[in-house]
Design a protein around this ligand. Sequence first.
Ligand code: GDP
Ligand code: IMO
Ligand code: MG
Length: 511
Amino acid sequence: MNKNGFLTERIAKLTKNVKTMAVTCLQWGDTGKGKIVDLFSGWADIIVRGTGGANAGHTIVLGLKKFIFHLIPSGIHFDKDGKVNAMGRGMAIDPEIFVSELSLLDKQKISYDNLIVAGNANLTLPVHILLDLANEGGGSKGKIGTTGRGIGPTYVDFYGRRGLTINDLLNKDVFAIKLKRNLDYNLRVLRGYDPVMLKELLFSERLSKGIYYDSQNILNIEAIVSKYVDEYGKRLGGLIRDVDAYIIKNAGKKKILCEGAQGHNLSILHGSYPFVTPSDCSLDGLLAGCGLNRSYLDLALGIIKGFYMTRVGDGPFPTELGGKLSDDWCGGRSSEGKVDRAKELEKYPDVSVDDEDEFRQGMALRRAGDEYGATTGRPRRVGWLDLPLLKSALRWATKDAALTKLDVLNDVEEIKICYAYDYQGSDYRYGDKIIRRGDHLYEAIPAAEVLQYCQPIYNSFPGWQGSLAGVTDYDGLPRQLREIVEYVRNQTDILPRIISTGADREETIFV
Ligand code: GDP
Ligand code: IMO
Ligand code: MG
């Protein structure tokens, strides 16, 4: 049997009796959701994304070709087979990016005949991007390190009950009335910002080089209506549907694959608040954003990088290799300013995964794992697998897991796993408890005010030497690797179902 046939058989075995499955990340995003969703898209009838917007970057590698999707679901390569790809109500959709992704599909001759988008999904407006960029720039203190895609303000307006929806693109009068109401509020907020900075931002590439600028009112309402309704509405109109009704009608009947975005630790409800994304990207948030709930769920795969993790943007990261040095470097706060892969390579041409210096070791792992943002190109901060955080994520997930990127640790001499924290902050009242300096925590309290004072306590394991290429079953994996999997399983009760040893579909082992 060829490798593809073998994969299909293993997928069929894992999904026996499954009608609804979900793929979420149990870390800080970028764990390989794109790869896993693409892998299961051949099984599914419907692939639906439920959370986030163009802050996501989901990569799919097919042979020598690499595709990165920000909004469009990762099952789009199966459109030609009649699979429906849906963008759910929980998403925040920037029509400009949506239209540019469609153009890219056209260029690459990838069909999207069955792509649909929920009319009640949140619409990202120019004012949202402007607010996001203004909040993050100008030396602001409360920086989160967002992707600058307007995601925060889009959801804030939704909860503030002044949001617009994708369906509003279809009704010019409604759009104009709702936009005016929205801007009545947001322009008052914007008047508190430096007008020179706002003008500069409005003339940036990201905001279409000034087409929305108004010298009196900051934003030109007519220009927005015209671009959004006359241009984007026309282009996207044919894709807009009642996705809620479609999903609920097919739930339990057709095979539905829910594609998560971001990661549990970035969830507004469960993550390292306030350093989170504004949607609930946990399993429950994903299901809600797809128009479903747990009662429909048959299988959820939580993705975990084996045995490391990454974070893009600001916020505490207890196991980060190189600590503050790495945080500042990746966040563009070192004397080098903003860095990317090329600059890093030029400045540090020789770094090793076994370097004694953790900052350099982290950089070597970043390079080995190609850990540079799929959306922003920022270097991802890298650290060892953190079990206290994983345990806290597992409270809200199921035990079924996919471990990805194991090949990145090939040839690392010593692999460390954080199994507890040593709390080093001042006394902290946590409800009816007090957390004191020197306390050991075995499950994370994700709030930033606690997490930032947590020092990792590690167990060390010998790594494996050599490549994982060509390994097709669990028993064929190096003993050292399996021992670490067993340790993680014992500590957390996860059930590893998949081990990914490369970016390609074929590089997948079913446990
Ligand atoms: P997502 O946001 O969770 O979809 O993940 P990203 O696409 O942002 O980042 C994951 C990166 O790892 C992508 O470049 C994938 O192609 C790649 N990838 C996925 N699985 C594996 C794997 O098992 N090994 C390696 N080396 N790369 C992988
Ligand atoms: P995928 O789906 C990694 C992070 C940002 C920032 C924080 C808030 O590819 O895993 P936002 O722009 O959402 O307001 O930024 O969330 N973030 C992600 N990090 N992967 C993602 O998506 C992310 N989406 C948002 O870096 O720290
Ligand atoms: Mg990503």
